[in-house]
Write a protein that binds this ligand. Structure first.
Ligand code: COA
Length: 174
């Protein structure tokens, strides 16, 4: 029996969710040092990280002007999230809204907000905000498709927005 199954049977985890979300804990983040998952943040004090988030290895986040990553957001590996871009002198807060997903090797520029549930294709360059419930991709990223229905919390056991609230502060399922 897997650990997640054992927890579920013991009534500690009501959902049949993947273990990493049921057991989600706020990672220890030190400025400029890889987390245990291998992603790096500069200006850590500017980062707000929501519960149930999943960030891939080698992703770099510069939070100098604020980066908010809301609940259940998934960021692939090798992404760059910039609230400051010194090459072209751009600055501005970045917000990744609930349950959006960012494909690997994507660059997100200062001032960008990605809407709820939106999926950004791998290797995109996002220099403008993207609406909710869309698929966007390319250089620069453009919306190519609308998603039919909100998929909030899909990765967390198929729950809706209220389902997310059932994850306690420590990230454990109630
Ligand atoms: C954008 C994405 C979600 C679309 O998936 P999908 O709905 O299954 O779309 P398809 O694979 O059928 O592709 C549809 C079209 O978009 C193109 N396309 C797909 N992803 C693309 C991308 N990232 N950049 C440019 N074009 C892309 C396809 O070539 C195809 O073009 P065509 O219609 O001319 O043949 C997916 O391709 C993607 O990029 N996912 C990210 C995966 C990732 O990064 N995973 C690692 C982290 S866990």
């Amino acid at each position: 029996m897997t650990q997640i199954e054992a927890r579920r049977r013991a009534g500690k985890c009501r959902w049949n969710v993947r273990q990493r979300f049921c057991e989600w804990k706020m990672p220890r983040i030190r400025d400029g040092r890889p987390t245990r998952w291998g992603w790096i943040v500069r200006h850590v004090s500017g980062l707000q990280l929501g519960r149930g988030t999943d960030i891939g290895a080698f992703t770099y986040i510069n939070a100098k002007n604020g980066v908010v990553i809301e609940e259940a957001v998934q960021v692939g590996s090798h992404c760059s999230i910039y609230s400051v871009s010194t090459i072209d002198d751009k600055e501005g807060p970045v917000r990744l809204k609930r349950n959006c997903r960012i494909g690997s090797h994507t660059v997100i520029m200062p001032g960008v907000t990605i809407g709820e549930n939106t999926i950004v294709g791998a290797m995109s360059f996002v220099n403008n905000s993207l609406p909710a419930n869309s698929v966007a991709l390319g250089i620069p990223a453009r919306v190519v498709r609308r998603l039919p229905a909100p998929r909030i919390g899909r990765r967390m056991g198929g729950r809706n927005a209220e389902g997310l609230a059932a994850v306690s502060r420590k990230g454990r399922c109630r």
